[in-house]
Design a protein around this ligand. Structure first.
Ligand code: BEZ
Length: 402
């Protein structure tokens, strides 16, 4: 009730300012022009990790998002953009406080974030409580487009279930039967492993043991010793960022790489290959992005990102760019009036995003319906081998909008 009152009050203030400036109110949409010749800026609250094991991921999302908006003259729906940036440190305990700062103190029009599933769930709660628009540019936490789905919550990346399920289908389809799963002990790790188990079971495979360690720990020795004694046919993993670099190197150094094939959700080898070197060569993973897709959009994006950021794009950059593209589509439809919520949400729901990963649409739960690629590391690339699962939609279990 309180939330509704304050949003009505905010719309009223906007309307009064608009009327004072002599602008017309058409069909309930108040043009966001507050004084002649001067439009208020759209405020984007970027809550991302800029430090810690996921720092490189957050940085790529940030820079690629700005690239997409800069390609539109730096404007959204005709309005200049103000970025409010906050380092969430991938720290779930500070998630709610940080998101609240952006909503209550900075009064952002959109929350954009984050990478870590646990932090993202804190953002989902704040966005839900305050009826603030939220776009998730990475974190795959299933609940965000599952039981916690809502009209104001969108995701441009993936659900943790999606790449895991695809890898399970690939392994099961190869007739493999006995796997061990290894990951960090938080939502992303468990949900990724669950997706793998589901896809693997469809082909008659079974995960015989799940091994977890606390995020962001990288002391893998005990786990590697256990894998060596269990002797599974393959090991499935979810690791990303700095942790993925260390795991892949340690796995090879333990002599396991040739004995037990290592596979994973593609974060294991995306944005990490330079640091992983020889240890990553030949590894197979599944993801909604790959090298060698041969799409004009991908080629243009990679060139533009390299020019802007002075480094190569990866899946995180793609997701940041597509977050920018979704904002562009939504705000163009309402001519920059972020308060025209119904029309804004409708436009975002029906947007077809021309992504470097290939075109995608959003499901009713607001998660990408997208191809999952099987990739293999060759040199510094995750080369596409095939489409592992075409147009894969997250099951969105528990989402009331489905
Ligand atoms: C997650 O926490 O959801 C996540 C983090 C890094 C890469 C992919 C997913």
């Amino acid at each position: 009730m309180k939330r509704r009152t304050s949003s009505i009050a905010a719309s009223r203030r906007t309307m009064l300012k608009g009327l004072a400036a002599g602008t017309a109110v058409i069909g309930g949409i108040v043009p966001a022009r507050f004084a002649i010749g001067q439009a208020a800026k759209i405020k984007l609250g970027l809550m991302l990790p800029y430090t810690g094991t996921y720092a490189a991921l957050g940085k790529n999302i940030d820079e690629a998002l700005r690239l997409a908006i800069n390609e539109q003259g730096g404007k959204l729906g005709g309005r200049e953009v103000e970025y409010v940036v906050l380092d969430d440190e991938s720290e779930p305990a500070k998630g709610a406080e940080n998101a609240n700062k952006l909503v209550a103190r900075d009064k952002v029009d959109f929350l954009v974030g984050t990478v870590h599933s646990g932090v993202a769930m804190a953002m989902v709660k704040v966005a839900t409580d305050n009826d603030t628009m939220l776009i998730i540019p990475n974190a795959g936490v299933d609940a965000a487009t599952g039981p916690a789905c809502a009209p104001n919550i969108f995701r441009t990346s993936f659900s943790n279930w999606q790449p895991g399920f695809a890898m399970g289908k690939v392994a099961g389809g190869r007739g493999q039967k006995r796997a061990v799963a290894v990951s960090w002990d938080y939502a992303a790790g468990h949900e990724s492993v669950n997706g793998f188990k589901e896809g693997f079971a469809a082909g008659g495979g079974k995960v015989e043991k799940e091994l977890f360690l606390p995020f962001p720990q990288v002391e893998f020795q005990a786990i590697l010793t256990e894998i060596a004694s269990l002797k599974p046919e393959l090991v499935y993993t979810f690791f990303a960022g700095g942790g993925a670099v260390k795991f892949v190197k340690d796995y090879a150094a333990a002599g396991l790489k040739t004995a037990v094939p290592l596979v994973g959700a593609g974060f294991l080898t995306d944005g990490t290959l330079e640091a992983q070197g020889e240890a990553a060569q030949g590894l197979e993973t599944t993801l909604h992005y790959a090298d060698g897709l041969d799409l004009p959009k991908d080629k243009a994006f990679r060139a533009a990102f390299k020019n802007a950021a002075k480094r190569d794009a990866d899946v995180y950059a793609v997701q940041g760019y597509d977050t920018g593209q979704l904002l562009v589509a939504g705000l163009a439809a309402v001519k920059g009036d972020a308060k025209a919520r119904k029309e804004l949400v409708a436009a975002m729901e029906k947007a077809e995003i021309d992504s470097p990963r290939g075109k995608f649409t959003l499901s009713k739960a607001h998660n990408p319906v997208q191809d999952m690629y099987l990739r293999k590391v060759q040199g510094l690339e995750n080369r596409v081998e095939s489409v592992a699962v075409k147009a894969l939609a997250d099951p969105a279990r528990g989402c009331k909008m489905v």
